[in-house]
Write a new protein. Structure first.
Length: 108
């Protein structure tokens, strides 16, 4: 387990939404799943580096790449729908925790 870094206050992103935040100099996307659960993942789609942060969640835990349509489960990183050109790959995830109403992320 790597070192955790403060990323954002828990009330910064509404449930069902995501945002891009700076974590120790690295852009990371964080999604609010509701009920105090947060997921952190690569801000860039692994297919062709389209920004994912800021996209709304679908079905409570899925995020869709706006460029080519890949859809990822932000809780597992699994690609659940390939892109329009057939690409399928996993979304890198980062460990999160909440301490004193602050979402923290480990990049390790």
């Amino acid at each position: 387990m790597g070192e955790f870094h403060d990323a954002m206050p828990t009330d910064w992103v509404a449930p069902g939404e995501s945002a891009t935040v700076d974590v120790n100099g690295m852009p990371v996307a964080i999604a609010n799943l509701g009920d105090g659960q947060y997921c952190a993942f690569s801000n860039m789609c692994p297919h062709q580096a389209t920004v994912l942060g800021g996209q709304p969640l679908q079905r409570g835990r899925l995020i869709r790449c706006p460029e080519h349509g890949s859809m990822f489960d932000v809780t597992t990183g699994q690609c659940v729908l390939p892109s329009n050109d057939g690409w399928r790959g996993d979304l890198p995830l980062y460990e999160t925790r909440v301490v004193d109403d602050v979402v923290q992320v480990s990049l390790g």
